[in-house]
Design a protein around this ligand. Structure first.
Ligand code: SF4
Ligand code: SF4
Length: 194
């Protein structure tokens, strides 16, 4: 049967000179460590001016390759918390972007939006700092531009010109075919002539 033991008696107090010696010795040991590290490369990272590299698989704030995106909304449909929203107008093959936003008040960095993308154009990046005092700052816009770029305007004009030329060629071919058919029909015999 276990019995309670008397607590150990405290170590006897050091003498005055013992305390002095202890203080001098511990200071010397501490300063020795300080001097040992004084000339070595510092480990300190001056965040936020400096940042340590993150792992390649880190799931940080998203980024979008807008020129590849086809506005299929597969990413938005896959998001379990409905925090992706986007708007664009289609002009044939071209997209006139209005917005593509993610609400980081809801996002849980699960990456489920990335996998269904057919163009592999939405990614989770290496940025992680979202420090703000204003909640509206958590609604991040991922588009690099809104509206149509000059290249897109040019491509739209070229596509419309090609479409008009094709339509005109088809109309011309139809008219030529009708004229050929009319010319090939036998002439009606005139009345009174056998
Ligand atoms: S990481 Fe998850 S929660 Fe965030 S936008 Fe993508 S699917 Fe939605
Ligand atoms: S799934 Fe990809 S291509 Fe489709 S809207 Fe999202 S980012 Fe764009």
């Amino acid at each position: 049967m276990a019995t309670l033991q008397e607590p150990a008696a405290p170590a006897s107090d050091r003498s005055y000179w013992g305390n002095v010696w202890h203080a001098v010795k511990s200071t010397a040991v501490g300063m020795g460590i300080t001097f040992r590290y004084l000339w070595t490369k510092p480990f300190t990272t001056q965040y936020p001016d400096e940042r340590l590299p993150v792992d390649g698989r880190y799931r940080g704030i998203h980024y979008l390759e807008q020129d590849l995106c086809i506005y299929c909304q597969a990413c938005a449909k896959a998001c379990p918390v409905d925090c992706i929203d986007m708007g664009a107008q289609r002009h044939g093959k071209e997209l006139e972007w209005e917005f593509f936003s993610i609400d980081y008040q809801k996002c849980m960095f699960c990456e489920l939006c990335v996998y269904p993308c057919p163009k592999d154009c939405i990614h989770m990046g290496e940025q992680y700092s979202l420090v703000t005092e204003d909640k509206s700052d958590f609604l991040l816009e991922l588009t690099s531009w809104q509206g149509l770029t000059e290249e897109q305007k040019l491509r739209i004009a070229e596509a419309e010109a090609a479409k008009a030329a094709k339509k005109a060629a088809a109309a011309k071919a139809k008219a030529a075919k009708e004229a050929a058919e009319a010319a090939a029909e036998p002439a009606e015999p005139e009345e009174g002539k056998e």
